[in-house]
Design a protein around this ligand. Structure first.
Ligand code: KG4
Ligand code: ZN
Length: 330
């Protein structure tokens, strides 16, 4: 089975070809146009997808060394995401699928992030815990099997990626915040500023990052760089407050479920400091992390999941589905 995957849930225009679980190509174009606005502008993102999709899909086909006639099916992100950008990708995919008379498989973006871990470790076995940390989601899942997911806890307000992005904006560091904060934090002391860790009451598996963001805002109002506390110390301390919270909640989820393995999914999974501290603080279990190129939004995870879905359920000839911006995992 050869599947073309298309992903346009936010500001990455992406296409990938997957043959029987092996990724043959993975093309991603991140729309840098949003940087000057400090965040994604939905209308601009949709227009950029319209401009780029044809080119990116072509590039994915060329890189995979197949021809478009070799495709057995197409998979496309149905949600969650921005309504307009999802629709752009879905309309493109529907046109292509009907023109080529191929089945079209709608894929849940969050499920795609989780399944990117099978690309890192094909032998990964169920059940496992998943910390799903992206720009829009922070959730802890107990993954029993494909399609059988139990939610253990999620954020009450901001997502972890949002905490990185909003923090970076307060610190004047640009967008997206995660990679910039991670880089700057390397030269800072994470123990210098005691930022709050929220919802640490016993057994609590929920997250909250809005208080942390506000506390950074107030701290920066009165901050002056000195030999005592440098700007980079503030950056490192802020990152550590996010990481500490994530690691502690994973630890609790593992105790609660007695799980033996844990995967991390979504853009924040690209953070190497988070990976290191998880392994240091919870050495007793196995961690799986996706390849860095499969953490932030990509279409490899969409083509891979499309490949799994078409094997399990062979009926994807109905093109009447639409975008689901608020699609949940269950
Ligand atoms: O999964 P993703 O690409 O898009 C969504 O589905 O939301 O995640 C994007 C988020 C952004 O908030 C970005 O700042 C964060 O992932 N991110 C990181 C890193 N790379 C991306 N956060 C922390 N450290 C990173 N290295
Ligand atoms: Zn994502």
């Amino acid at each position: 089975m050869i599947i073309l995957g298309i992903e346009t849930s936010c500001d990455e225009t992406a296409a990938s070809v997957c043959e029987n679980g092996i990724i043959l190509s993975n093309k991603v174009s991140r729309q840098v146009v949003h940087e000057k606005f400090g965040g994604v502008v939905p209308e601009i993102a949709s227009r950029e997808h319209e401009l780029l999709l044809n080119y990116i899909v072509n590039e994915a086909i060329i890189e995979s060394k197949i021809t478009i006639k070799d495709l057995d099916a197409i998979s496309v992100t149905q949600g969650p995401g921005l309504s307009g950008t999802l629709l752009t990708g879905i309309s493109f995919a529907k046109g292509l699928a009907s023109g080529l008379q191929l089945p079209l498989i709608p894929v849940n973006h969050l499920e795609g992030h989780i399944f990117a871990n099978f690309l890192a470790k094909p032998s990964l076995s169920y059940p496992f815990i998943c910390l799903l940390v992206s720009g829009g989601h922070t959730q802890l899942w107990n993954i029993q099997n494909i399609g059988n997911y139990i939610l253990l806890g999620e954020t009450r307000d901001d997502a972890a990626g949002e905490a990185f992005d909003k923090g970076a904006r307060i610190l004047g560091l640009g967008y997206p915040g995660g990679p910039i904060i991670e880089e700057k934090a390397k030269a800072g002391n994470p123990d210098k500023v005691k930022f709050p860790r929220s919802l640490m009451g016993k057994n609590n598996l929920e997250f909250s990052f809005s208080g942390l963001k506000t506390s950074l805002l107030y701290y920066m109002d009165n901050f002056k760089e000195s030999s005592e506390v440098r700007f980079l110390d503030v950056v490192a301390s802020y990152q550590m407050a996010i990481i500490d919270t994530l690691v502690e909640k994973v630890r609790r989820a593992i105790i609660k479920t007695k799980a033996n393995r844990c995967v991390i999914a979504g853009g924040v999974a690209a953070n190497l400091k988070l990976r290191k501290i998880l392994k240091e603080k919870i050495p007793e279990i196995e961690f799986v992390f996706p390849d860095l190129s499969f953490c932030t939004d990509n279409a490899a995870m969409i083509s891979y999941l499309g490949n799994i879905k078409i094997k399990s359920e062979n009926s994807y000839d109905d093109l009447s589905f639409s975008a689901l911006p608020n699609l949940k995992l269950k």
